[in-house]
Design a protein around this ligand. Structure first.
Ligand code: GKR
Ligand code: MG
Length: 430
């Protein structure tokens, strides 16, 4: 079986006006859908980051991928990594920990590009041998994967969620999401309102849902070390028992200081990261400093599904926890996340997903939206990812993409355009 063609679809999907420390979500999020055709007549699919940059990176590897045997992934990784290493040697400045999309760091581009190809190859392999992807990559340790209710503060918009800019609205949003999807863990995207309002939101959620629903808050680095310690102190009880404090401030050094100051008060709130820890070299550094106790994986930017499994192994050996990060996505990404999460023994936290923020009108999975039962997605009894493309829906996504003026996510510009013309992303804000 050899790959005979690589087809890329740039699509746009409606997105509500969600807030974060990065700014405001634009009315449309961008995704790229990938098809790998083979000489045996099979098609493997994947979904990844959208816009011009990710598409150009995928276009650039076309000559390497077309003609390739989809089983031969290690050689592809070697080649993409080698060209990235050459690029890094000439790159000014090195890594930054404040990129908008985790893994947006140009030095990790090869990992994102490889990931999209790898996922489509694994879909092909699964289809070729008649096995679900989670079994192709070593076997599932669970048949269903648990996801968390991913709450955002937001402005009112053309969506069923209304405005959410205080603690009572946050509880209402969560009730709505839990009723619809059955989630049993809760994440609040913070870094948007005064930290005391966000503390009140977490407390209100605890009061409403009880300790059986672990809570996590993620301000995407909006807080200083002192503010983070204040929040950690105030939410000591709420963030324990399966919850965590995610990327409170921007650096590993800052997170290490927060950890040490909280531990000195006998506060063991764990810290998680998808901003300060985004590739394998970051993990031992985070461990040495005890800055991060839980690493957020994500097959889209950690270099695919098998790299997430390596990360799972690495975190287990280092005595760290593992969770999963997400960005705005549709059903093909959701299934990739589900398959790999099913095959990571120590992924004990419910995975993040933005899926509730997207709608059936934009779904590209044939048969419509992926179903959640009690907050979980089941591994389908079908080969590969277990999902196919609805080509009419993909075409609609392409049309939307053609109509919108932007080709890159820019939450800061969006915030200036729609909310406050003087808004800037300032770190730390509080
Ligand atoms: O969608 O605004 C968002 C999130 O802030 C996203 O971009 C982050 O990557 O979900 C993410 C996170 O956990 O940091
Ligand atoms: Mg995060």
């Amino acid at each position: 079986m050899l790959i005979s063609d690589l087809i890329l679809h740039s699509i746009a999907i409606s997105d509500p006006p969600l807030r974060s420390s990065y700014g405001l979500h634009a009315p449309f999020a961008l995704r790229t859908v990938l098809e790998l055709k083979t000489d045996s007549g099979l098609t493997g699919i994947a979904e990844t980051y959208g816009g011009d940059g990710p598409r150009a990176a995928l276009e650039a590897v076309r000559p390497r991928v077309v003609g390739m045997d989809p089983f031969q992934l290690a050689g592809l990784w070697r080649d993409l990594e080698a060209s990235a290493t050459a690029e890094a040697a000439n790159a000014p400045g090195g890594r930054s920990q404040t990129y908008l999309v985790p893994g947006e760091n140009p030095l990790d581009r090869h990992a994102r590009t490889f990931a999209a190809i790898e996922i489509a190859c694994l879909d092909l392999i699964g289809k070729a041998i008649g096995k679900p992807v989670c079994d192709v990559i070593g076997g599932r340790v669970r048949d269903e994967v648990s996801f968390s209710a991913y709450l955002f503060y937001k402005h009112g918009g053309n969506d069923p969620w209304g405005e959410v800019l205080d603690a009572p609205a946050c509880v209402r949003e969560c009730r709505q999401m839990v009723a619809q999807y059955g989630f049993r863990e809760i994440k609040l995207k913070g870094g948007v309102l005064d930290p005391d309002i966000e503390i009140a939101s977490i407390r209100a959620l605890r009061q409403e849902f009880g300790a059986a629903y672990p809570l996590r808050i993620d301000p995407n680095c909006a807080w200083s070390v002192n503010t983070s310690v204040h929040v950690g102190r105030e939410l000591k009880e709420e963030l324990s028992g399966g919850g965590y404090l995610e990327d409170p401030c921007a650096t590993l050094e800052g997170m290490a200081e927060i950890r040490h100051r909280l531990l000195a008060e006998n506060n063991h709130t764990p810290q998680a990261s998808n901003v300060a820890v985004t590739n394998f070299a970051d993990v031992p550094r985070a461990k040495e400093q005890d800055a991060v106790q839980i690493v957020l994986s994500d097959p889209h930017y950690w270099g695919g599904m098998r790299n997430v499994q390596y990360l799972s192994h690495m975190t287990r050996v280092l005595g760290m926890g593992l969770s999963m990060h997400s960005n705005s996505h549709l059903g093909v990404s959701l299934m990739a996340m589900t398959h790999v999460a099913a095959a990571c023994p120590n992924l004990t936290y419910a995975c993040d997903t933005h899926y509730p923020w997207q709608t059936a009108e934009d779904e590209i999975a044939a048969g419509g939206r992926i179903q959640f039962v009690n907050g979980c997605v089941r591994i389908p009894d079908r080969p590969g990812l277990g999902v196919e493309l609805d080509y009419d829906q993909v075409a609609r996504g392409r049309e939307r993409y053609e109509k919108i003026p932007y080709r890159k996510r820019d939450d800061e510009a969006e915030m200036r355009q729609r909310v406050d013309p003087n808004w800037r992303r300032v770190l730390p804000r509080w």
